[in-house]
Design a protein around this ligand. Structure first.
Ligand SMILES: [Zn+2]
Length: 55
């Protein structure tokens, strides 16, 4: 399994958190708990070449 570190901004507290994404899966949906405020962030991750997209 290949994993890559990426940072996102938490929509709840605005802090930047680092997440690990499995880059072998092209499209994924999962929930990551914010390491700062502990609230669940719904992540939809797409890979377009090496670009990560979140929403
Ligand atoms: Zn947060």
């Amino acid at each position: 399994m290949m994993q890559e570190e990426s940072s996102i901004e938490c929509p709840f507290c605005g802090e930047e958190i680092t997440i690990l994404v499995d880059v072998s899966v092209r499209r994924q949906n999962y929930i990551e708990d914010c390491s700062v405020c502990c609230r669940p962030i719904q992540l939809e991750v797409f890979f377009v070449k090496t670009t990560l997209w979140f929403r």
